[in-house]
Write a protein that binds this ligand. Sequence first.
Ligand code: SF4
Length: 229
Amino acid sequence: MNRDALRSLADLAGAELEGAHPLDVLRWSGETFGERFAITASMGDTVLATLAAEAVPGIQVIFLDTGYHFPQTLATRDQVAAELDVKVVSVRPQLTVAEQNVKYGQSLYARDPDLCCSMRKVEPLNRVLRGYEAWASGIRRDESASRADTPVVGFDERRGLVKVSPLATWTQADVDAYAADRGVIVNPLVELGFASVGCAPCTQRVAPGEDARAGRWAGQEKTECGLHV
Ligand code: SF4
């Protein structure tokens, strides 16, 4: 499908699937795009991957292996690959962390996190999504003001792809209830107080009741890695 057809399809589906269960949104995506549909997962939690494995068995799960992940996150990725009916695709940046340190200096994440995210997350995602027509992520409207208008199915203008957000209308309570009911694989960091898990240098624990994403790039104005703008 060309860009205009994908955009029209996204507009129609976004209206029709508003309020649909995430499983139904994922089934529609799998039936509509087949092999040209993939999900992304940060492995901070495995709710979307678990739902996708049920709705679209064998689906490709893209994991952005930035080189800065906690060991627990990599172990969670490996457990997902071993236990769920999915195919995990780990995508790496063009530069290793060591090569980046030589070229840009140590701890770029502390000096210019936008550039670091651009090289270690955004470019790899853009590269791997070439060849797909649609992709899904686990973002939700209740996570932050910048995500409050997230459509269930929208059009990713920057990449020219349909963007699916099956969990857009779910709350943290919905996610927790599903995870408990299904006994989903849990990243051990969550039980240690990391409500939203990203790269180790840019992720902190949050206090009970604090916004889940408050621990990401704490102390900086940055709130998004650039994947969802
Ligand atoms: S989250 Fe931090 S370490 Fe990871 S890519 Fe972005 S700036 Fe770099």
